[in-house]
Ligand binder design. Sequence first.
Ligand code: ADP
Ligand code: ZN
Ligand code: ZN
Length: 723
Amino acid sequence: MGILHIAVATPLRKRFDYLPATGMLEHACVGMRVLIPWQNKKIVGVILAIDSHSDFPLEKLKQAIKLLDDTPVLTPELISLAKWACDYYQHPIGDVVFQMLPIVLRKDLTLPDTQDYRWFINPDVTPTDMGRAKKQAALYQHLQQLEKGVSKQYLIDAGFSTAIINALAQKHYIQRKTIRQHYTHQTKQAGLTLNQEQSDALQQVTKALGEFQAFILDGVTGSGKTEVYLQCIAKVLQQQQQVLVLVPEIGLTPQTLTRFSQRFDTRIVVMHSNLTDKQRYLNWRAAKNGDARLVIGTRSAIFAPFEHLGLIIIDESHDASFKQQDSFRYSARDLAMVRAKRLNIPILMGSATPAFETLANVQRNKYHHLRLRQRAGHAKAPSYELIDIRRQALYAGLAPKVIDAIKQHIAAKAQVLLFLNRRGFAPTLMCHECGWLAECKHCDARMTLHLSPRHLHCHHCDRARNVPQQCPKCQGDNVIPLGLGTERIEHHLESLFPGTGICRIDRDTTRRKGALNELLETIHSGQQQLLLGTQMIAKGHHFPKVTLVVVINADSGFFSADFRSGERMAQLLIQVAGRAGRAEHPGHVMIQTRNPEHPSLQLLLSGGYLGFAKEELQLRQSAALPPFAFQALLRADSHKPDVAEHFLRQLKNLDSEDKVHVLGPIPAPMSKRAGRHRAQLLLQSTNRKKLHDHLLQVVKKIDGIKKEYSIRWSVDVDPIDTY
Ligand code: ADP
Ligand code: ZN
Ligand code: ZN
């Protein structure tokens, strides 16, 4: 008697038990998909376990309809990772499992097939029991004559059914082999001669192949990290193994792909959300059957299946995009660590500004710190200058000294990068008579003014509204834009530097598919000398002609209430600065601030990122904040006021609170968003296990309490912001 324990794509926090259909148990394996009756439909489930026990009376169990796969779509490794993630993040197992699958596998669809495998007889097994199965014997004889193998379609056309093929395959009389395009998996373009630090890094990582070790390759942009990745990858490919490279953004994949495919004669596939479902499935399959040796992808590629993974690389590992911020709130960086540990392979993270979590693990001797202090080649590190903008007449948000500097760099035919982390024309609209501000009716936030097209837009709920001609409150005519956004700076730059091409990169100018790449190309062609952008421009892109970087306003970040704001601001400043001074041009960075003597800024400039991090980490430790404590955040919201807080209040004072601090409930920092009132409860402990034990109690309690229908809630383990 076997019971199938099945994961189903529902938000319910449990698995579902089914009886196997007749004959199903012989073929069923954990990780295979199975079609099951569900209410009045038939849906796809994934087998999590097969055993003889069910918590339900057997006569109540329904029977599964049929198996949908002949090999598991999720390997035992991935099933076990799913279970781990489900416990760790307190997220429903069904949702975890289905997020791991390409969309075409989530339904009972005919799978796209490129017929890149063929059937052969298995020379190692002599058929013994084919006596009465004439068709099977015929198929076997047929294949014996075809040394080069044939596609499944060929066999079906020749009159052999899938059932016959599978029957022989089950007995291992015949086997399927992927027809691989012939690759040597060697480097086809020689690597550069590494400098001492690079070659030390390479040696340490390659020495660790075949065992779990975590490395952080710490070096500014242009220090030669990617070259180290490439040479590590070469070693793994030589050992006939696969490599997973995680990058923070889709925009970085084409760039990385080009560089990697110039180097290696091997199949490389990408995984990100801009692929069609079919392409995504085919790439997924190529990773699974070992055809693709190199997989480059964004966050969700951490769930890619592999035949023989040998190394995980995470580029720009500090980047917030590795944490999923809704629904299943996993950290791809942490899951990568779990995978590497279980597979006994090394993991190599790279960053100019490692996350404090990562640095704390270096301090605890858990990760190896590999430093690249020089810039590779002949490039020099940028110089920094703080520009005090108090009591200064600014134009386009720029101090006169900065404007002069920009003119000089433009005259020298170089490029200048201006950074401002606000898109739109102005952060909001204000009435000069009565002080009215354009607030969003649905959020606890102001609406941003955009000029092309002209409208007010809420960046939190995405609602748009017409720009009022008169003040809605006092009917005055003096309604003016307040503050600066990238769109507004662009306007001013046009008149300040007439005839100089300007390229603006933010969410608004890159919305169209392919737009970002077009913009990047015009930058590289040198047509535009002024580059203006939000943090999109600070991420990984290489702008070798930039010699001056201007940070228009460094003040917003350091003064926010979130304990991570300093870390984030420091990362952003260093990352933006890193765009300058590549290749042979030394770079200069001008940082405009109204707080030039602010200790954080001073420390960052004098001590560099690591000096800054060291002091900040000490502060975190004395305040028992992450990474020296662990957090889980329960968020709740409702369109009715107070409901969320009332709901969270019931989750306090549980028995398991020993050594766990429960803070709240309090209104979320943005207490209303998209018409919903939001509250949160923060759980914190210096003991990871106690935190998770308590969280489990909380989630159990939630299942048991009567909930207002309007309530929505979620759990965020290791939240990276409380917003
Ligand atoms: P990062 O990934 O840290 O930004 P890259 O690996 O892209 O750095 O290297 C920056 C530039 O320096 C690239 O143009 C690269 O070809 C070059 N480079 C890297 N390592 C070396 C080296 N050992 N010798 C000469 N040039 C190098
Ligand atoms: Zn007014
Ligand atoms: Zn809004």
